[in-house]
Design a protein around this ligand. Sequence first.
Ligand code: ADP
Ligand code: MG
Length: 706
Amino acid sequence: MPELGVQDHAAEPDDLRHLPVSALARVGPKLVERLERLGIRTVQDVLFHLPLRYQDRTRLTPLAEIRVGLETWVEGEIRDAAISYGRRRSLKVWIGDALGAGLLLRFFYFSPQQAAQFQSGERVRCYGEVRQGPQSLEMVHPEYRILSHTDTDAPLAAALTPIYPSTEGLQQTSWRSLTDQALALMARTAPTELLPPEILTALGLPTLTEALRVLHRPPLGTPLQDVTEGRHPACVRLAFEELVAHQVSLRRMRLEQRRIRAPVLAGDGRLRQQLRASLPFTLTASQERVVAEIAADLAQARPMQRLLQGDVGAGKTIVAALAALQALESGCQAALMAPTELLAEQHQRNLSGWLGALGLEPVWLAGRHKGREREERLTAIASGAARMIVGTHALLQDTVAFQDLGLVMIDEQHRFGVHQRLKLREKGGGVNGAPHQLIMTATPIPRSLAMTLYADLDLSVIDGLPPGRTPILTRAVPDTRRDEVIERVRQACLAGRQAYWVCTLIEESEMLECQAAEDTAQQLSACLTGLRVGLVHGRLKSQERDAVMAEFASGALDLLVATTVIEVGVDVPNASLMIIENPERLGLAQLHQLRGRVGRGVVESHCILLYHAPLSTIARERLGIIRDSTSGFEIAERDLAIRGAGEVLGTRQTGSVQFRIADPLRDQSLIAQAQRAADRLLVAYPELVMPLIERWLATRERYGGV
Ligand code: ADP
Ligand code: MG
């Protein structure tokens, strides 16, 4: 690779997209490798690597004006300096100004020479964050300089100082040099503007080049708070472009789906009628609404792509059963898939109860079906002898061939990625085209977020729970009061109710978690003499686990000690008390799901979050959310507000969407506009679509495989 300087760089549009970082001055192989760790390969990547925050080193703040949290330069005269031998040895330096305002500088690490530097009467200038100390405002380990009598006017920075997110061995000075060079190159060959002027002008947004320049080198006077909180037009501009890219990509996927044919599954309603007649309850208005939405989609000749949201216990399964029957009435097969065997098994039980009565016993395919048994089931699925099929996502495996699959239903969307959804298309039964898809999720995604993440899906929501449920009362109790809680369990069980005791472990080790559950079960049976204590965990064979579950369901056990495996799969209305140990280790969605195991009957249910003190501020806040709300949607909304989108959905596990700059919650107000802009782009500027997707979602789209 020849050395490319700023001078001989050819002025071709979008060159920076291909210009490797190694073309920049002072970038050797080591630096290239470190940048690579951050996914930065080209000069354009450098431009899109934005500062995390900024420091204002351009001015001095008078001591009288400093406030807690402020990061700034201050200057003052040393009034006193002393080494204090408190709980921790420290050097304390008091500074003050002519107006009588003061500040304490505190050093925990210092050499004798340093201590000797701070002579009363000397002037010192420091940069740091102001904190509230025990007695006064202070700066801990500020950068400082003793001013000699000649340099009282030592220069301050001329511009705001950007602080870049970095990696080991990469100093801010390197970032400064890299971005200086990239910005100089950008001034000559701007990255292609991918948002048409009509859209930018309508929204009053700056061009890409302007936005990047402002974010890397905010001019003096830029309201930094606006920048760090994403309100500044330069941030809005980039977040908006990212949202548009995302929308465009999803819309494109959706248009593509539209072009695909699917079997028309109108059905004659006969089977559905029979099922409805056999139910011990009537559907709620909101269940009826989503049933109708789904029914209308299935009657179209293009594949349904619908996300069905409903809180834990909202009654999604019956909606799925009705959709399946519509497919069966139309002569197609239907499949229901779940992420775990336990959950698939519960579906199998439910559907077997409902459809079995109509002579349509579902075929159940699990990992444990091996050899001949498995072959038989596969043959039934391929020949069409099996009409309704239930299984885990393993149904997607190539060895599973369907005769005429018309509808696929997937439970728990958050563990099921876009790419898997696309793969499903190929499972259709040839002649009729791709199957319809219904994706069900009990992870309530706030609507704004759902619209962003799943713009390729239509959305149906079951609001609220079926009538007759009593809300669950939740309390957080420190584990120092474990004995009281055990007593509480005894009282509940003696009163004829049942309880769950859920053990969690922070280690990613199922074995340790099972061990903890075993120990807890032993300990609890020892304390709770006379009560029948059962144990389930992920390491039991499924028959053993089923047997314990069945005992608990029949009332033969009073207390069920379990790991988080019971998150899904059990439905025991008489269980009205749940203890969750170390709830602070679980995500809110998971806690909410767990808690949904109680509150299924008519008696009032209780959930005790047995936490280990001390809790961090965030942990306290999060447990507070769970305690105060039983609505999965509200919990998700508030969780999102304190944690950010990625974590709510557990995107790390799913490989689903992660934004670089946009924040779907913060940028909610932009989403509708981004959708309109995406539509406009697809119609009027098709040439911008691919470059936009490449700029923002290249790796993701490849992963998606469209
Ligand atoms: P989820 O949405 O969490 O999958 P389920 O489908 O498992 O919820 O439903 C929870 C329970 O509520 C089941 O026992 C189901 O039979 C029952 N159920 C569903 N719809 C109604 C309704 N309209 N009225 C009363 N009970 C219902
Ligand atoms: Mg369910």
